[in-house]
Design a protein around this ligand. Structure first.
Ligand SMILES: *[C@@H]1O[C@H](CO)[C@@H](O)[C@H](O)[C@H]1NC(C)=O
Ligand SMILES: *[C@@H]1O[C@H](CO)[C@@H](O)[C@H](O)[C@H]1NC(C)=O
Length: 206
């Protein structure tokens, strides 16, 4: 009996050390700060994320007085379409997607790396518990993610690969659900660009 209890305790502690990946919400919107160290840029974006239908809209926020190019991007993974609208010239490029869908919540089969607090520990309302997760993904990507505990809302992701270097995203002002599903309909300029390609019989696969 003693052995059985000891065994049970070992099994329980093994489970406690390695929680299963939690379920992040499948549909949400947030502001994103995206940093790409290798290409030396940071972007502020409004992000709409739909894991169920594998589609993502990213609208870069324009900082007045800055003359860099800004983009409104729509990725429809189930249709393998990448719409990229330049917000200054209003020119849209339609291509095939060059990489698989990226999970922004906890990656399926991710490994648990620990739990800690962000903010001031012991000050009520000033602290958030977060879990850290990581995974190796086929194609040479390494993923790490932080999510709130216990609800599993995304806080941060870093993807690392030899090809793209570090790509770091922080999420703010997250809201569960998609306010307007039309956000996944391509902008007018992109639909026209796509129509022209179809008329000329150019496949969007580049
Ligand atoms: C989508 O298309 C744009 C413009 O052609 C390109 O810069 C970008 O890398 C593409 N993104 C993906 C994920 O395929
Ligand atoms: C990913 O692979 C590296 C190198 O093979 C290994 O050191 C690391 O522990 C792996 N990480 C995960 C989360 O599987």
């Amino acid at each position: 009996m003693k052995y059985l209890i000891a065994l049970c305790l070992i099994v329980v502690s093994a489970y406690a050390q390695a929680p299963k990946p939690c379920d992040s919400p499948a549909q949400w919107e947030a502001r994103e700060i995206r940093q790409d160290y290798s290409r030396k840029f940071a972007e502020y974006r409004k992000l709409s994320y739909d894991e169920t239908n594998k589609r993502v809209r990213e609208v870069e926020e324009i900082i007045i007085g800055n003359d860099k190019e800004y983009y409104d991007r729509l990725y429809l993974h189930n249709e393998n379409k990448n719409y990229s609208l330049n917000l200054k010239t209003r020119k849209c490029e339609v291509t095939a997607l060059t990489r698989p869908f990226r999970y922004r919540g906890v990656y399926p089969q991710a490994k648990f790396d620990g739990i800690f607090n962000i903010g001031a520990v012991g000050v009520s309302g000033e602290v958030v518990a977060v879990q850290a997760w990581s995974a190796n993904i086929t194609g040479g990507f390494f993923y790490t993610g932080l999510v709130t505990y216990p609800s599993c809302y995304p806080v941060q992701n870093i993807y690392f690969s030899k090809e793209y270097g570090f790509e770091h995203s922080d999420y703010f002002d997250l809201n569960i659900g998609i306010v307007d599903l039309n956000v996944f309909v391509p902008p007018q300029e992109c639909m026209q660009a796509e129509k022209k390609m179809q008329q000329k019989n150019i496949s969007p696969i580049v």
